[in-house]
Write a protein that binds this ligand. Structure first.
Ligand code: HEM
Length: 502
């Protein structure tokens, strides 16, 4: 009996090896057969070895291939065992992201939205589900709604100033990223969930823990993510989920509690919860599709997308101001003169007048984009224009944001921090597809105004009262390799001293 079992097992193993070798040989020929210049894959990991070993970000890995194939419109790669087309040509990027968006609607589609409910959030939702969500939730991001929310963000900016004061009493050195991550957590807590996290230390700690949990790509989660990419069917058959259950439970509870509270209390806060309630009960009818889990998934993504992105941009801007005192001086002058013009108040319209501030954060987002690539999946087989290449349904697409932002042909001396790259004339002279901090096309960043205003208020709140300088502990910002949304590896340590303000 044992012998039969053993020979049976050996046959299965040999079978798996033969199928894997056959699949791998086929895969190696995938791009060759299509006449696409390509990088040979390794078994299982494809071209992602450095990412898996936590050595380099996806943006940096693809940047190497972008430069290696200088004269090509595209390069064939392998995300694990999945053929992936890295697009170098700007018109082709435009074609994929905008002109023929219908054939490239999804980001990744390895997940099952029914089995892993959090993935029905707007960032990972696919096709029709995504389209409906985007349609439903777009009204929450209009400028009118943002104006109503402005005062909530401003309040948090004032608290950020006070907290910096307290830290300065202790000593002149500040961990800027930690301080700012607290600010963005509070802003999202207030604007998305109606929570006053500054006075609710327990809940705030939970939110900060959630923030860390969402963005910690430890080995276990990495293996799960890879397993889901390699075989979603087996992954879900074992009942696995990429994100821990605690995250799902946390957001479902928050949403449920908030909904109950709001129905009881007539006070409107104009935050996302109010707006979601409005959408759910439009014209007196309840929209059954917007159940608690659906709302929790959207709340989860507002938190995840809104917290780490803006805290990176604010911290990186403050660090660059410390390295570039002239730019810091000019920016502070602009901030002060606009505030004086608006009766000493920081207003929504005043912020819109701060042109130099806009140039500064644009340059920060060039040097420190929140994502290294923009991913898409081909959803309908398609021939790329002016080429012989037919992209098959299921092929992964990567637009190399980091490589473009550091391409000296588009941004000379790319390591230099220079807001002058973003004057109206400089922008006019560049192809729009070389600068993609918010993505592009119908699936671009939905909360642009909100993200920008939260970032600007954070920067103004820090710079108005304090002057920043580097210390011997200040390091150039490097990103955690495995995080999809870039996040600094090291603390952002700077020296702050009180400024004399009017
Ligand atoms: C300034 C800070 C931010 C930056 C730089 C940023 C950047 C991005 C980028 C690059 C994308 C992908 C676009 C694409 O694939 O074409 C994206 C998508 C998205 N972002 Fe942001 N983001 C920021 C803040 C936020 C905030 C505050 C929220 C919500 C409160 C948010 C919600 C989203 C959502 C829901 C999507 C998915 C849109 C869709 O698939 O339709 N982001 N963001």
């Amino acid at each position: 009996m044992f012998q039969i079992d053993l020979s049976y097992l050996i046959t299965i193993v040999i079978g798996i090896v033969i199928v894997s070798v056959y699949k791998f040989i086929n895969l190696r020929n995938y791009w060759k057969n299509k006449n696409v210049p390509f990088v040979s894959p390794l078994p299982i990991v494809g071209n992602h070895l450095d990412l898996i070993l936590n050595r380099r970000t996806i943006g940096h890995i693809y940047q190497d291939y972008y430069h290696k194939f200088k004269n090509e419109k595209y390069v064939g790669l392998f995300r694990m065992q999945q053929p992936t087309l890295l697009i170098r040509d700007l018109e082709l990027s435009k074609y994929v992201l905008i002109k023929n968006f219908n054939s490239y609607q999804n980001r990744d589609d390895d997940h099952n939205e029914l089995k892993e409910k959090l993935t029905s959030n707007m960032v990972t939702a696919t096709s029709e589900k995504w389209r409906k969500s985007r349609q439903k939730l777009s009204p929450t991001f209009t400028s009118g709604k943002l104006r109503n929310m402005f005062y909530l963000i401003l309040e948090k900016g004032e608290e950020l100033q006070k907290r910096t004061d307290l830290l300065l009493d202790v000593g002149g050195e500040i961990n800027v990223h930690e301080l700012v991550a607290n600010y963005t957590t509070e802003v999202i807590g207030s604007c998305a969930f109606g929570l006053q996290l500054n006075t609710m230390m327990d809940t705030k700690d939970q939110f900060r823990r959630m923030g860390r949990l969402i963005f910690t790509m430890d080995f276990k989660r990495m293996v799960k993510t890879l397993a889901r990419i390699i075989s979603p069917r087996i992954f879900y058959a074992f009942g696995f989920k990429v994100f821990p259950q605690t995250i799902e439970d946390f957001f479902v509870k928050i949403v449920k509690d908030m909904m109950v509270q709001r129905k009881k209390s007539p006070i409107k806060r104009n935050d996302f919860i109010d707006l979601l309630l409005e959408l759910k009960y439009q014209d007196g009818n309840e929209d059954k599709e917007m159940d608690d889990m659906y709302l929790a998934a959207q709340a989860f993504i507002f938190f995840a997308a809104g917290f780490e992105t803006s805290s990176l941009i604010i911290s990186a801007t403050i660090q660059e101001m410390a390295f570039n005192p002239d730019i810091q001086g000019r920016l502070v002058q602009e901030i002060e003169s606009v505030i004086v013009k608006h009766d000493g108040k920081l207003t929504y319209d005043g912020i819109a007048e701060m042109e130099y501030l806009d140039m500064v954060i644009s340059e920060t987002m060039r040097k420190y984009p929140v994502v290294g690539i923009i991913p898409r999946t081909c959803t309908a087989t398609d021939k790329l224009p002016d080429t012989d290449l037919v992209v098959e349904k299921g092929t992964k697409i990567a637009i190399p944001v980091l490589a473009l932002h550091y391409d000296p042909n588009y941004f000379p001396d790319p390591e230099k921090y220079d807001p002058e790259r973003f004057t109206a004339e400089a922008k006019r002279d560049r192809h729009p597809m070389v600068y993609l901090p918010f993505g592009e096309g119908p699936r671009n960043f939905i909360g642009l105004r909100f993200g920008k205003i939260q970032t600007k208020i954070g920067i103004i709140s820090m710079l108005r009262n304090y002057k920043f300088e580097p210390t011997e502990k200040t390091k150039n910002i490097r990103f955690k390799p495995r995080n999809f949304v870039h996040s600094p590896i090291d603390s952002v340590i700077l020296r702050a001293s009180k400024r004399n303000t009017c």
